[in-house]
Design a binder for this molecule. Structure first.
Ligand code: SAH
Length: 389
């Protein structure tokens, strides 16, 4: 039987609307003795059952797993994993050798759980302690739902739960040497979840990389913040004239070069290890297309103002430098900067640069990173494609 958490009077409305978070300030029960990660039943002040979730001390005290009367057992996990696999199949994204996000936390009604699929290997990251209690059930559910497509499961939560020193990064099922080759839109990527950032690859830019590919023929492209080179590979595959890939991390440049070699696309390419802001102040040659995909400038609300200034400066530099008739792909993955604020910031950068700008596309995260309709905070990746006269 799970412990009960009773909410303060009037605090049940967001849970009734199926918002997946209960904030600590909404709770009437003394929860000091409840341990992180336990499943709790959330009750209204009048004793009505609202749902079950994972408790964790902090501002978000409960992450809701269900709003039904049900136990969080193997049957629950089988149903949930089947549901997310079905969605990716419906989207046509689950090809055996391919790459896709299988579980996107709140967007898949499983707050705290990330599962990425790379040609038979699933990489799991837990963002909540509660998820650590279900590793066996999740593994079993993946076996049932994926069948022969499932070769290995690697659990990597040391980055996301750094205080849990007892949790090892390790294979929970099968194993697979890295780098491991997986395919995205006809391009091969060597993916290393062990030494790479996050789960090894930025799956969320798939559609945006593909859009860049369609515009790249005959163009000179600067891919700033390139990580493993996805935008560069799409541009070169689509006959770009010349592509520069830039990252401040030598490891990222090594990943990009390995992927270029793997696809025999390493001609017409220049690698640069540098700070993007510095490099953009004085470019070695003019570019037709510039891609700016920086890491999140603001991870918390208190950094929002500084982050806005950072995006503005970075984009103003790129806008000043880009060729007349050029195209800027610009992104923000900071959750605290919403779509409107991002667009305002880019408009401000355009004014500062003195360039005339049109918005061609408003971009966002792809369909395998769904946004829960009751959890608008789940929208994190925003992008704009600008035409610079
Ligand atoms: N566009 C990439 C993902 C980018 S992730 C893709 O499609 O896969 C962000 C990258 O920015 C990381 O590789 C990080 O090393 C790099 N980075 C962080 N700060 C930087 C800086 N100041 N200048 C250049 N690169 C930077």
């Amino acid at each position: 039987m799970y412990a009960e958490i009773i909410l303060k009077k009037g605090k049940e409305s967001s849970v009734l609307r199926r918002h997946p978070w209960v904030f600590s300030g909404a709770i009437a029960t003394d929860f000091r003795l409840i341990t992180d990660g336990t499943c709790v039943r959330v009750m209204s002040s009048t004793g009505k059952y609202l749902g079950t979730g994972h408790f964790q001390h902090g501002s978000i005290a409960v992450r809701m797993l269900t709003f039904e009367e049900e136990e969080i057992n193997q049957k629950f996990w089988n149903q949930r994993v089947k549901r997310m696999v079905n969605l990716r199949e419906t989207l046509g994204l689950l090809s055996p050798e391919g790459i896709c996000r299988l579980c996107h936390g709140e967007g898949d009604e499983l707050p705290g759980l990330i599962l990425d699929y790379y040609n038979g290997v699933v990489v799991m990251q837990c963002h909540s302690v509660g998820m650590l209690n279900h590793l066996t059930e999740i593994t079993n559910a993946l076996k049932t739902a994926l069948g022969k497509r499932f070769k290995a499961l690697y659990h990597k939560s040391s980055d996301t739960l750094p205080r849990r020193r007892d949790v090892q990064d390790e294979y929970l099922y099968g194993d697979c040497p890295t780098p491991h080759i997986a395919h995205e839109e006809g391009i091969k990527y060597a993916i290393d979840w062990i030494s790479g950032q996050k789960t090894g690859f930025f799956i969320d830019q798939r559609d945006n990389r593909s859009l860049l590919g369609k515009m790249s023929k005959g163009k000179t492209v600067l891919n700033a913040f390139c990580y493993s080179g996805g935008f560069s590979l799409q541009a070169l595959k689509n006959e770009a004239k010349l592509v520069y890939s830039l990252d401040s991390s030598p490891k990222a440049i090594a990943l990009t070069e390995r992927n270029l070699e793997l696809n025999a696309l390493n001609e017409r390419h220049v690698s640069v290890i540098a700070d993007a802001m510095e490099f953009l102040k004085e470019l070695p040659e003019p570019f037709d297309i510039i891609v700016l995909d920086p890491p999140a400038f603001a991870k918390h609300l208190d950094k929002k103002h500084k982050a806005v200034q950072g995006y503005k400066r970075l984009n103003a530099h790129a806008l000043r430098q880009i060729k007349p008739g050029g195209i800027l792909f610009t992104f923000s993955c900071s959750q605290v900067i919403n779509k409107d604020l991002f667009q305002h910031t880019i408009v401000a950068a355009s004014i500062e640069s003195g360039r005339k700008v049109k918005i061609l596309h408003q971009l966002h995260q792809p369909a395998d990173h769904p946004i829960g309709a009751f959890h608008p905070e789940g929208e994190y990746l925003k992008g704009l494609v600008l035409y610079v006269e």
